[in-house]
Design a protein around this ligand. Sequence first.
Ligand code: NAP
Length: 355
Amino acid sequence: MTAINPDAPILVTGGTGYLAGVIIAQLLDAGHTVHATVRDPDKRDRLAALDALAATSPGSIRYFRADLRDPEAFGPAMTGCELVIHTASPFIAHVADPQRDLVDPAVEGTRNVLTAANATESVKRVVLTSSCAAIYGDNADIAAMPERKLTEAVWNTSSSLRHQAYSFSKTLAEKAAWEIAGAQSRWDLVTINPSLILGPGIDPMTSGESYALITQIGDGTMAAGVPDFRIGAVDVRDVAAAHIKAGFTPQAEGRHILSAHNTGFVEMSAVLRDHFGSDYKFGKSILPKFLVWLAGPMINPALTRKMVSRNVGIPFIADNAKSRTALGMTYRPLQATLTEHFQQLIDAGRITSKQ
Ligand code: NAP
């Protein structure tokens, strides 16, 4: 049982990130003091959305410079904090050097944040943003799982530096976190393991994989046909709320799958097409799997033949029961998540209609 003093500052790492922005927005709205680490606090334009929120909410924010690779960086930001929310980690579908660009920052960053927690007497709980990617690597893995679905008991065993390297980085980082947490008893660790996060962020010009995907569904990239990737999806506002519930629920423990809908690109395209109509360049037909297998690697280096074989057309099923019972989560409908996210892109001029 861990009770967090709501008046103590709360550290959120990766403050410029898509998810972190919404977590910070909810914390500020609830009147908390937020310590946000960012790679470069001198880039004021990256902080403009957070500054605007802080100016109109009851809470307050302080920025601290921290790179995940710097072992000394997180201590000053953590001083006085009882709750640490560690979201920062590279989320990039394709990189030149997976060890250097994904695994090292994810694992070293987690080690650095948790080593700082060990050295900071005030810290009582760390909420780590892990991922469903630490539970499964490919949809084909799910057939061999108990009851053929993702649960908190399962770990990703199929990813590697050469195959699904992002998922490998999240698996190694979460394992490192449990190892460090288990070696002490002053603070406890709770993980949030979201599936694909979608929904409007605090800054419509945000980059990152979630914005890239929703853009591609509507900008004509999939107009010739939608690849039948099946995924879990969850609203960013619900994932943010789960982090805060995980922080302030005294009995919270262990991992929590955060996934609202077992869905896929085909259903997501249909939901958006039904709402926004034919003015936008949504795909209608399903791209045959052999075409994705054949052309995928030429279109996107992340779409290797092995990745396509082990994912396209294969169901994704995750069990979110623990998030509902242990954290009291309720989830937004997929339609609201997708249409509100897409509308944000239209309003910001990032998506244009056919006309
Ligand atoms: P994002 O917008 O790309 O945010 C990633 C954050 O990590 C950014 O603040 C980034 O800083 C920071 N970061 C990356 N490398 C860093 C480094 N070397 N030093 C310091 N900071 C670094 O991605 P997101 O979607 O919000 O993801 C946030 C977390 O959620 C990640 O742990 C990700 O694995 C997890 N997650 C995301 C999804 C999803 O669908 N989006 C699903 C499951 C789990 P800069 O802004 O300076 O680059």
